[in-house]
Write a protein of this length. Structure first.
Length: 359
């Protein structure tokens, strides 16, 4: 029996589609859109078929940003291309897979899976000052879960803004930075926006969604809280280089049933995350509605929807370390594989170092 059995909640896994092609993870009859590169050549926007054929779209669109800027027309054209793939195909397995988009605005929904948020509040270093004297894990978790549940009933979505310089390809190495002692994974559903709108109602926000994609929202979780400023949560540590593996492709929304999506992440072959996508506090439509009241949403913007449970803090502190291998998947959206390596700094060391957590 695990010492954390009190956290168990009955959430049924998603019933996934059966016709997934193992070559790519795409469902038969669908396609993905991404950015790819042959050795010694320029990157190109590509359409990925389930069998692994990649069709170069650069004769019409210079990059994937151009595709999402012209989404409605681009989608109809890509459907015709996929239906009659007469153009020469390249091999998905033999191409370098780059981030789906090079420079999207990033909107990062946070605290958006009840179980995960309650787990973080119970075990992560940044929240231990909220634990009552003598309060054990079970009582602290129960109190945190009740607070999260209340937010789902009475609160609103929460998001922060991200740096696209943290994005990397889905199979790139992830270097552990010199600052931060608790690097952790968070595999998340991503949304790519296809329109510009303001003050959108949640019931109308589906119209903003162009495609779904996979993003791993890695961060050093001991670096979230600092004592030297009043507004003492700082999310910058989530945007270290290569802390956002992105892709391998985006899949148009009409090919995806969110009720059938399961998020899975293993480290060194051992299960860490395995949770249905739909178990969110706030849906993508609610978050987009909220964001449209505060931001100018643009085609090609990337929204990531928060992490399900199964992080290192709840597993006895199994933080990512040099030599680890992360393998991830989300139904319909393909797979990622990342080696965890040491950052090479050419002898340079930090000037400021870790945040002050006590003042």
């Amino acid at each position: 029996m695990s010492s954390h059995d009190f956290m168990a909640h009955l959430v049924e896994p998603a019933v996934e589609p059966e016709n997934i092609n193992p070559a790519t993870g795409l469902v038969e009859g669908t396609f993905g859109i991404g950015t790819y590169q042959e050795a010694g050549k320029e990157p190109f926007p590509g359409l990925v078929l389930p069998n692994g054929d990649v069709l170069d779209l650069s004769d019409r669109y210079v990059d994937t940003h151009a595709i999402f800027n012209d989404w409605d027309r681009a989608l109809e054209w890509m459907k015709a291309v996929a239906a009659k793939p007469a153009r020469p195909a390249k091999s998905f397995e033999q191409l370098m897979i780059l981030p789906v988009l090079a420079h999207p605005n990033m909107i990062c929904a946070a605290s958006n899976y009840r179980q995960h948020v309650a787990e973080m509040m119970t075990f992560n270093k940044f929240n231990q000052d909220k634990r009552l004297p003598g309060e054990d894990d079970e009582a602290f978790f129960k109190r945190n879960y009740e607070e999260v549940d209340r937010r789902g009933r009475e609160g609103m979505p929460f998001f922060f803004i991200g740096m696209h310089s943290a994005l990397c390809g889905p199979n790139d190495d992830v270097a552990l930075p010199l600052i931060g002692e608790q690097p952790d994974w968070e595999l998340e559903l991503g949304i790519i926006i296809g329109k510009t709108e303001r003050y959108v109602r949640p019931e109308d926000a589906d119209d903003l969604i162009a495609a779904y994609v996979m993003v791993n929202d890695i961060g050093t979780v001991d670096e979230f809280k600092r004592a030297d400023i009043k507004f003492n949560f700082d999310w910058v540590s989530k945007f270290q280089p290569n802390f956002k593996p992105f892709g391998p492709f985006a899949v148009p929304k009409e090919f995806v049933d969110r009720h059938k999506m399961q998020i899975r992440l293993n480290v060194n072959g051992e299960k860490r995350q395995d949770w249905p996508v739909e178990d969110m506090i706030f849906s993508p439509e609610q978050v987009l509605s909220h964001a449209s009241e505060r931001l100018k949403l643009l085609p090609g913007d990337l929204l990531i929807m928060g992490s399900p449970p199964g992080n290192a803090a709840t597993l006895g502190g199994l933080w990512l370390k040099e030599g680890d291998v992360m393998e991830s998947s989300i139904t319909y959206l393909g797979r990622q594989r990342n080696n965890i390596v040491k950052e090479e700094t050419n002898g340079r060391t930090p000037t400021y170092g870790a945040f002050k957590t006590e003042w």
